[in-house]
Design a protein around this ligand. Structure first.
Ligand SMILES: Nc1ncnc2c1ncn2[C@@H]1O[C@H](COP(=O)(O)OP(=O)(O)O)[C@@H](O)[C@H]1O
Ligand SMILES: [Mg+2]
Length: 222
């Protein structure tokens, strides 16, 4: 039996624009099996970020359903979706989204502090260790290189041991060398903490490290 952790059925997203109704994602179907990373590729503007936001429960589609980790998130309200995201979903973005005035450790602790976790410090230190950044724990985010910032962001995203990790162009702001080590790290997470990667990228080479590659063009899967 396949253990599906994400099932996307007939997802369409329409938005109002000055030019009238615009279909930015059209009739998407895809599935993700636990432990099998998938990638979504396509040029800028093809709808990757929009689709990712819908799959992760950050946004709602106009039509269609998304079942994420056993819950049909497209029929849940924002509070319930936020609860699922907080417990079982991790996010990594191109631009890191760190708090510049906080140290690496405090950035990783932040989501745990907000949820009142009494073990936030221990868990954050452990997550920084997993991304190979223990030595930079006391550095402020502004004092880190791009690759180090992304390691901190990854540590933060895995601190709750999410079952699924959505990464949107995670190497988009990095040089070749950092990009390679960040992608190696992302692909190793399934072994380290059993989290399944959903990778959005315009980098075909990176995408093809996933067995399952979905190609988007003008909002549709080719
Ligand atoms: N809220 C919105 N309103 C109008 N157009 C949008 C909105 N969000 C995205 N778009 C448009 O939808 C298309 C797909 O965007 P996006 O999902 O960000 O693509 P990608 O991540 O592949 O670059 C783009 O043309 C973008 O301008
Ligand atoms: Mg995008």
């Amino acid at each position: 039996m396949k253990n599906l952790i994400l099932e996307v059925k007939n997802i369409t997203k329409e938005v109002n624009s000055p030019e009238g109704l615009l279909t930015i994602v059209k009739d998407i179907n895809l599935t993700v099996e636990q432990g099998k990373p998938i990638s979504l590729v396509g040029p800028s503007g093809s709808g990757k970020t929009t689709l990712l936001a819908i799959m992760a429960g950050l946004d709602l589609p106009t039509f269609g359903t998304v079942n994420l980790l056993g819950s049909e998130i497209t029929s849940l309200d924002e509070d319930k979706r936020a609860q699922i995201r907080g417990q079982d979903v991790g996010f990594v973005f191109q631009s890191f989204h760190l708090m510049p005035r906080l140290t690496a450790l405090d950035n990783v602790m932040l989501p745990l502090e907000i949820s009142g976790d009494p073990y936030s410090m221990d868990k954050a230190q452990e997550a920084l260790k997993k991304v190979g950044l223990s030595k930079r724990a006391k550095h402020f985010a502004t004092q880190l290189s791009g690759g180090e910032k992304q390691r901190v962001a990854i540590a933060r995203s895995i601190v709750n041991k999410p079952k699924i990790l959505f990464a949107d162009e995670p190497t988009g702001n990095l040089d070749k060398k950092s990009s390679d080590s960040i992608s190696d790290l992302l692909f190793s997470l399934n072994e380290i903490i059993q989290t399944t990667l959903v990778l959005v990228t315009h980098d075909l080479f990176l995408a093809e490290k996933c067995k399952e590659v979905y190609e988007l063009s003008e909002g549709q899967i080719l």
